[in-house]
Design a protein around this ligand. Structure first.
Ligand code: NDP
Length: 342
């Protein structure tokens, strides 16, 4: 039996595909278009991987042909496709609709063509589903696995950031509500994974571009900030991409994770932490990027923004997450190697 993974060309999903193939699963991976599908097949070069094309997931029938063709062999579904963008022309058309329709579409395709075969679905949600944007900057705010943000479809349209937070809640809620409404005729059990900022290397060096995916770009932009340049202030929590991928695979495999919302977050970081590791660990960057104020780090200190209390998720998952040093160094080393600087 196979695993179907949506948005497989994405930063996180490629690592999930990699871990699934390492464990000898047969994987059916979806890409937005033919060019991206071909590149993914070529990079993995693995006979256990089949890549299908969905087009834009805003179309409710985007997943129909894949499930019509392969539904009878799909036991697990990992739904990772969703827009990860803040700067858009239309918050509704470019963020909210694809996120929600992608989730509706994949669930309807499963119901139509794979109701008897799919047993588990793991969806990539986000801590964005847990809190509102301004609240997430408040050091007194705490969210945990039971929290939901308060965005409405209207308030989510005010800005790209609001729309992203709203999109993650609406899509995840749709999943839980759909399974509840269909519990008498579908045997599917779900788990959601809610990462914070995901750092780490791209699965393949060829994916290193001048601008990286939204979360890794936080590190990439500091690697390329001149010594007298302005440091873009950044404060948040991080997790290594390999740990996010591992959490998805475990969520798919382990019965004790059924019905859970898993927050994957290791520690606080800010721009200064990133500069500190870049300056300490990459001599080639010394004198080229800002030093900042090395004492103003956030790692291991009380949170200056929202606290995501993920003690339940950590205990359930039961493995140690990688450190900030590893997440930053893995990201930076790949970029600097690609640029021929190390
Ligand atoms: P990427 O942008 O790298 O991956 C997103 C994937 O979704 C890509 O395959 C993309 O296809 C696909 N996709 C997006 N919109 C559409 C669309 N309209 N039609 C078809 N395909 C679409 O982001 P990440 O890997 O970082 O994110 C993956 C998931 O993880 C998302 O659900 C995101 O919300 C979640 N997440 C990410 C975090 C992070 O820090 N990176 C933190 C928390 C959650 P294409 O390549 O063609 O654009």
């Amino acid at each position: 039996m196979s695993v179907f993974i949506s948005g497989a060309t994405g930063f996180i999903a490629q690592h999930i595909v990699g871990q699934l193939l390492e464990q000898d699963y047969k994987v059916i991976a979806s890409a937005r278009n033919e060019t991206k599908a071909n590149e993914l097949s070529k990079n993995f070069n693995n006979s256990n991987l089949t890549v299908v094309v969905t087009g834009d997931i805003s179309k409710l029938d985007a997943f129909d042909s894949a499930f019509k063709q392969y539904g009878s062999e799909i036991k697990y579904v990992i739904h990772a496709a969703s827009p990860v963008l803040f700067e858009v022309e239309s918050t509704e058309k470019d963020i909210l609709i694809p996120a929600v329709n992608g989730t509706k579409g994949i669930l309807e395709s499963i119901k139509k063509y794979a109701a008897n075969t799919v047993e588990r679905i793991v969806m990539t949600s986000s801590v964005a589903a847990l809190s509102t944007y301004p609240e997430s900057l408040d050091p007194k705010a705490v969210a945990n696995e039971d929290s939901w943000n308060t965005y409405t479809w209207e308030s989510a349209q005010i800005s790209g950031g609001n729309a992203y937070f709203g999109s993650k809640k609406f899509a995840e809620r749709y999943l839980w509500d759909f399974l509840e409404e269909n519990k008498d005729n579908l045997k599917i059990k779900a788990t959601t994974v809610m990462p914070v900022f995901v750092f780490g290397p791209q699965m393949f060096d060829s994916s290193v571009k001048p601008k990286l995916n939204l979360s890794c770009e936080v590190i990439n932009s500091l690697i390329h900030t001149p010594i007298d340049g302005e440091i873009s202030p950044m404060l948040g929590k991080f997790i290594h991409v390999k740990d996010v991928a591992k959490a998805h695979v475990l969520a798919m495999q382990r019965d004790d994770l059924i019905g859970k919302r898993l927050i994957v977050s290791e520690d606080n970081f800010n721009s200064q932490d990133i500069l500190n590791y870049l300056n300490e660990d990459f001599p080639v960057l010394k004198g080229k990027i800002p030093v900042g104020n090395p004492d103003q780090s956030a790692e291991g200190k009380p949170s200056k923004d929202i606290t995501y209390d993920n003690s339940r998720s950590r205990e359930l998952l039961g493995f140690k997450f990688r450190s900030l040093k590893e997440a930053i160094d893995d990201t930076a080393a790949q970029v600097l190697k690609h640029e021929g600087r190390i």
